[in-house]
Design a protein around this ligand. Structure first.
Ligand SMILES: C[S@@+](CC[C@H](N)C(=O)[O-])C[C@H]1O[C@@H](n2cnc3c(N)ncnc32)[C@H](O)[C@@H]1O
Length: 224
């Protein structure tokens, strides 16, 4: 049985570096490998399943210079609130927009899509686990497909996507879809994932211009 109570190396490191959760090192490793948080004049990023806020803080800190120059923006959403203790005022920035709510809710979706289009959509959203692996895998896949729908609806051509998914029988179908809609699709398990965890990340690099996703918002996001 995994001991989730005992702080491990990554948790201790996260707290010492001012992040509320160890998950920041999963994004950092993916960013270093795939250049997800790109340099650019007007980068816009969407963070789904953002609480307690480590991924958002990573982005806010990495892009701080560009925020000062007025050229960057981060939108985020979660069922839970963000950690104000670690935010140290960054979550109050005019370059940051947060919705507390369910990303599958149409009102939340509309509020987030209104802030797009985006250059990067990232989702670390995960269901509360039940202990029943097939239930947890199914709920994770639904969240990952919701995130993919956001990505295909709101990414600019050339934009990138990262999404967490619990590995299970049908997970590969999402990777297949990502490979169709992006120039490259990767499966990536960062070193900071717990060894016993069955989570992994799918990454889409360079959203293709001609892609269509099976919902009405696609044409709207593409300005057609
Ligand atoms: C692993 S945590 C995310 C950690 C975050 N990336 C960070 O670095 O602090 C997963 C999050 O997904 C959120 N979540 C799960 N289902 C959701 C949903 N339907 N809508 C919004 N957030 C959801 C949970 O509330 C939880 O905060």
């Amino acid at each position: 049985m995994a001991n989730y109570e005992k702080p491990d190396h990554w948790t201790v490191k996260a707290k010492s570096e001012g992040y509320p959760a160890r998950s920041v090192y999963k994004l950092k490793e993916a960013d270093e490998k795939f250049s997800l948080v790109k340099a650019g004049q007007a980068v816009r990023i969407l963070d789904l399943g953002a609480a307690p806020g480590s991924w958002s803080l990573y982005v806010l800190r990495k892009l701080a210079l560009r925020f000062q120059n007025g050229g960057a923006f981060l939108a985020a959403a979660d069922l839970a609130p963000l950690s104000t203790e670690y935010g140290k005022g960054l979550f109050e920035s005019e370059h940051f927009f947060f919705v507390q709510g369910d990303i599958t809710n149409p009102g939340v979706r509309s509020a987030l899509l209104d802030q797009g289009p985006y250059d990067l959509v990232m989702s670390d959203a995960a269901p509360a686990t039940t202990g029943n692996r097939s239930v947890d895998v199914m709920r994770s896949r639904e969240l990952a497909e919701t995130a993919a729908d956001y990505a295909l609806s709101s990414l600019r051509p050339g934009g990138n996507f990262i999404v967490k998914i619990f590995q299970g029988s049908d997970a590969h179908l999402l990777l297949k879809k990502i490979r169709e809609c992006f120039s490259a699709g990767k499966s990536f398990k960062p070193a900071a994932c717990r060894s016993e965890s069955f989570e992994t990340y799918y990454i889409g690099l360079g959203k293709k211009r001609e892609d269509r996703f099976t919902n009405a918002n696609t044409t709207r996001a593409q300005g057609l």
